[in-house]
Write a protein that binds this ligand. Sequence first.
Ligand SMILES: [Fe+2]
Ligand SMILES: [Fe+2]
Length: 250
Amino acid sequence: MIKNEIELGKNRTGIDLSPIDKKLVIEGAQHAVPTMAGDEHAIDETRAEYLENPATIGSMPPPATVKGAASTVVDTLKGTKATVFLDKVGARLGFERTGARLYGALLGKFDASEPLPGGPQRADLEKIHREEVQHFEMLREVMLGLGADPTAITPSADVEAVSSNGLIQVIGDPRMNLKQSLEAILVAELVDNECWSVLTELATAAGHTAIAQKFQQALSEEQQHLANVRMWVRNATMGEAKPRQAAPKK
Ligand SMILES: [Fe+2]
Ligand SMILES: [Fe+2]
């Protein structure tokens, strides 16, 4: 059973636990000299070399269908670049797919965890999981409707996937408890809310009114996810911080 309380243990990462070594470490740091010639400018120069001829992180795929080519033209006529819109739709699509998997893993952790006072019920997590899947499906249909390929990883999808790596590691790690995993989910929901908001604005600006309405609906659901996760994390943290009542003496 996964415990939600953080206990005193054998954490030896701090220097104070070993006063003798502490003195030596500080002395060592004060007298240490670099093991090779050069200073921080070398890394700046190396970075500058890479930045001079940067490789980009992917590109947008060309429209694979006549419909896709037509929607690109229409969006351009309306004054918005279809590539920017599709790049961001692709990013949400990838993120919702990951989100569904994160909640799937969180459900497993919920089942293996001791009760978390102030935390979610199983049905709450199931509902969010379901909605993340629905958002993914809706985005896939939107992509297909625009003649775009929903299996393509767009540049923004790539960036968001790399940024989310840490969240996947937290939730996938059995040593991270339910509360700690909810803290990672909170990061995902915060990002997701920001991105859905801009995506809805983009759809409106591109004149995709029906799509914008669907996105607005998803945004409302995401706002509720965020409010719930915020509350669970807050309640669980405050509850954990409360000293335990001593058992009454007999
Ligand atoms: Fe989401
Ligand atoms: Fe969400």
